[in-house]
Design a protein around this ligand. Structure first.
Ligand code: GUN
Ligand code: ZN
Length: 575
């Protein structure tokens, strides 16, 4: 791995998507991020505009173009790339692979282009991976992949962070092999060879490729979707766990007088109205069409970038609100090829549900046929199966649900087109029965037995909802107002610990972390040694040492796999 300081941690999650903090050297950005591509030969938007207008702290440019232009090469070798481009954010460079893909050959070698990127001071560099085309003759793809993997080895000790290309065309066995090999060695994995798929609207193949790669690399790898710059696919790619995008598309589309939107591309000439209010559209309106070609291309490029950044922000806000599924449901109805990709996405729901949260901030809106296959449905059904009850009620799309647990997420807030008010009156059910069944839902079959029939259940005077559970005078648990999940205090935690065998409900931490965690400090992912893989982010968990002594309880904020794979960031917030 590169000698440059590199760190990546997750701050917020939804489905397979994450908002992260990526630090390279002394520079830090929030992901998912878009790297606008700067073409040093014919920039349509300046690096100053990237920074000031679009607030971008990262860009991508092409080291091969620089290498092949005598004047540029000298200038940039001389002053370093940050100074030459007058950009203080992160600078990523590509290697000529795109030219290799477009023109069939390039006039450089892997070693030369790696050393050149070191020489100009790229923060993130690329080796000369070979992007195979979709459905290319498999033996040829396989040969090209072996060369790519060999070239990756030559880049292992590069001075920059390597943007390591994973190839393999549309062959999942080859993608798997490439992902496994690249994923071991590199912190930044780039899913390559997907530009043609995007151009041909083969989003369904794109889903399979991203999912296959993600399943075969550690969860803490930063994932770059190489050449994916169209906002119409951002929600999909982010939900699958992509963290970085690059866009040359904003400029390439502009040069063809194409106007990007989050739901597809329009020909500027055919627009009678502009469906956008960015500074460009606001200033010109449809008079944008009357500008001379050079001006029109420049302004279109700016509009395209606004549309691109806007959609990424929308996706990030959806992660914060935990309603990324709702955005997917809307966006994936912009084109039949996207709807087909959404169906494909749901076929990966077993894997995705392991990454997703068990409770969310937003109501569950059913917005189409895909609801059945949503990650929340997979997780909730799994949990409901633990609960023994004779009072089951059909709650679409979750199936039969015990009436006793209808106050908890998501049942308190489901809306379907058939039933806009799904709230079922649970006031007739005794509180003790509710609490016992929620125990089973959250912690497992038999957990109801840990609540004595004689406990005192107190309701909040303000909301009238169940709030505290006392055994004699002792508070043994509280109930979270927002989603009605039970939060065990020490007495109940001890009972759970005794009742459920190791490693059930547990996060096992390294002895080094115990002094801090005992005091109530968070558990960092790096100290997680073992974990119950049936847990989900959002669950209440038992934190134990390596001899299974109970240390504290807390809320799991990452998925189990993320806890194991990440070295940075918080895994459990201690109570
Ligand atoms: N630009 C677009 N696609 C690719 C790719 O697969 N590899 C590299 N290095 N650059 C690209
Ligand atoms: Zn606009």
């Amino acid at each position: 791995m590169s000698s440059t300081f590199f760190s990546f941690e997750i701050k917020f999650k939804d489905i397979g998507g994450r908002i992260g903090r990526l630090t390279i050297g002394k520079r830090e950005i929030e992901t998912p991020a878009i790297m606008p591509v700067y073409n040093p030969n014919k920039p349509l938007v300046s690096t100053m505009e990237f920074e000031r207008e679009f607030k971008s702290r990262i860009l991508m440019t092409n080291s091969y173009i620089i290498l092949k232009n005598d004047e540029l090469r000298k200038k940039i070798l001389d002053s370093g790339i940050h100074k030459a481009l007058d950009f203080d954010g992160l600078i990523a460079t590509d290697s000529g692979s795109y030219q290799l893909m477009e023109y069939g050959n390039v006039n450089t070698t892997n070693r030369e282009i790696i050393e050149f990127q070191e020489g100009i001071g790229s923060d993130i560099g690329s080796f000369l991976d070979i992007p195979s085309l979709p459905d290319a003759y498999k033996p040829r793809v396989s040969e090209q992949l072996e060369i790519t993997l060999q070239r990756a080895k030559e880049a292992r000790d590069a001075k920059f962070v390597v943007n390591a290309g994973i190839q393999g065309s549309t062959y999942m066995d080859l993608r798997e092999r490439a992902a496994k090999e690249i994923g071991v060695d590199f912190e930044l994995c780039a899913i390559g060879g997907i530009v043609r798929l995007m151009e041909e609207y083969r989003f369904s193949d794109l889903v399979d490729i991203i999912a296959t790669v993600k399943k075969n690399i550690p969860a803490n790898r930063v994932v770059h979707a190489f050449g994916l710059g169209h906002p119409m696919a951002f929600s999909l790619a982010v939900a699958l766990g992509c963290d970085l995008f690059d866009s040359a598309a904003y400029a390439l589309y502009a040069q063809n007088f194409r106007y990007m939107t989050a739901i597809g591309t329009k020909k500027l000439d055919e627009l009678e109205y502009l469906p956008c209010s960015c500074p460009v559209c606001n200033k010109y309106g449809t008079e944008l069409k009357e500008l001379n070609d050079d001006e029109k291309i420049r302004e279109l490029a700016r509009h395209n970038l606004y549309a691109t950044f806007e959609e990424l922000n929308r996706v990030k806000q959806a992660i914060r609100e935990n309603n990324l599924w709702d955005l997917l449901s809307v966006r994936m109805r912009s084109h039949p090829a996207l709807l087909s990709a959404l169906k494909k996405f749901a076929q990966h729901n077993e894997w995705l549900s392991g990454l997703d949260l068990i409770r969310k901030k937003s109501s569950f809106y059913s917005l189409g046929d895909e609801s059945e296959g949503r990650t929340e449905v997979v997780n909730v059904r799994e949990r409901v199966n633990r609960v023994t009850s004779e009072n089951k009620i059909e709650i679409s799309p979750f199936g039969e649900v015990p009436a006793e647990i209808l106050d908890i997420y998501p049942f308190g807030s489901i809306m379907t087109p058939e039933k806009l008010n799904n709230r079922i009156d649970t006031t007739g059910i005794r509180d003790i029965h509710k609490v016992k069944k929620i125990m089973e839902y959250q912690f497992g079959s038999g957990a109801d037995s840990l609540i004595d029939d004689g406990v005192r259940i107190k309701r909040s005077r303000r909301t009238g909802r169940i709030r505290w559970i006392y055994d004699k005078k002792e508070l043994i648990a509280s109930v979270r107002a927002s989603d009605h999940f039970i939060i065990p205090k020490t007495p109940l935690a001890k009972k759970l610990h005794k009742f459920f065998k190791y490693p059930g409900l547990r996060v096992v931490i390294d002895s080094e972390a115990i002094p801090f965690v005992s005091e109530g400090k968070s558990v960092f992912a790096k100290f997680v040694r073992e974990i119950d893989m049936d847990l989900r982010a959002g669950d209440e968990v038992l934190v134990v040492d390596e001899n299974d002594n109970l240390i504290r309880t807390g809320t799991l904020v990452l998925s189990p796999q993320e806890c194991l794979d990440f070295e940075r960031g918080i895994a459990v917030r201690i109570r």
